[in-house]
Design a binder for this molecule. Structure first.
Ligand code: HXC
Length: 258
């Protein structure tokens, strides 16, 4: 498949997607979002792929939705095409884990896309922000909702109302990113992390992802019940038998992803 706005590679059992509109700081135009969805579909369908890394450039993960594209749109345009539900949310429906490896700017829709991934590894130069207010609009892809769940009301409110950017350190302290690594190590680290996840049982990886995500949707009691039922169902997998046998026999497990 020929892509114009992203680069798509496989690194062993990991699918790597690199946002690639350097002249526009990876602004998320509609064709880019469409290609991102197609790349995710392809990795999702590829049995060799166990995890996906989504990254940008050293200067920008993505500086937001494409302002030049949006600037001419009317209310009727955005309403009728359901901008942005259309396409963007494909990241959130991916069953395989998606890691955002963020360097430089993750602003507006860029920050929102990073938050749609399963977790964020940040380079030390990463900057997160929701600057939509400064151009007379507001977050439309989760900035007021996911950011608030990540960092709490006070920080989310301040960021969305002022457009202030968070440094990588602040983002880590606030729980927005799982770890900070030196810029030079970002891709290696994200690929190693994804490779480790891909080495685990694929069905169990999906069950863990589904279970953690469930915690956002339901009460603690319902979430715990869901978790316990899914935990029970891991005992129906061959990989659970293999994993526990390997521990008892003091050897590495050989998961067959079933
Ligand atoms: C379109 C963008 C862009 C964007 C940068 N560019 N961000 N084009 N949409 N979001 C383009 C610039 O126009 C310029 O191209 C080139 O990228 C380099 O940008 P500069 O501004 O010259 O770079 P710099 O001075 O280093 O400043 C970097 C920056 C700034 C601080 C990130 O570009 C910036 O503020 N960008 C906009 C950030 C933003 O407001 N994002 C939220 C968008 S709204 P040319 O060819 O002009 O030189 C949004 C809504 C999401 O995301 C809602 C759901 C969809």
């Amino acid at each position: 498949m020929a892509y114009e706005n992203i680069l798509v590679e496989t690194r062993g059992s990991v699918g790597l997607i690199t946002l690639n509109r350097p002249k526009a700081l990876n602004a998320l135009c509609t064709p880019l979002i469409r290609e991102l969805g197609q790349a995710l579909d392809a990795f999702e369908a590829d049995a060799e792929i166990g995890a996906i890394v989504l990254t940008g450039s050293e200067k920008a993960f993505a500086a937001g939705a494409d302002i030049k594209e949006m600037s001419g749109k009317s209310y009727m345009d955005v309403y009728m095409e359901d901008f942005i539900t259309n396409g963007w949310e494909r990241i959130t429906t991916c069953r395989k884990p998606v890691i955002a490896a963020v360097a430089g700017y993750a602003l507006g829709g860029g920050c929102e896309v990073a938050m749609m991934c399963d977790f964020i590894i940040a380079a030390d130069n990463a900057r997160f922000g929701q600057p939509e207010i400064t151009i007379g609009t507001m977050p439309g892809a989760g900035g007021t909702q996911r950011l608030t769940r990540f960092v709490g009301k006070s920080k989310a409110m301040e960021m969305c109302l002022t457009g202030r950017q968070m440094t990588a350190e602040e983002a880590e302290r606030a729980g927005l990113v799982s770890r900070i690594v030196p810029l030079a190590d970002l891709l290696d680290d994200a690929l190693k992390t994804a490779t480790r996840i891909a080495s685990m049982s694929r069905p169990v990886v999906m069950m863990v992802k589904e279970s953690v995500n469930r915690s956002y949707e339901v009460s603690l009691k319902e979430g715990l019940l869901f978790e316990r039922r899914v935990f029970h169902s891991t005992f129906a997998t061959e990989d659970q038998k293999e994993g526990m046998a390997a521990f008892v026999e003091k050897r590495q497990p050989n998961f067959r992803h079933r």
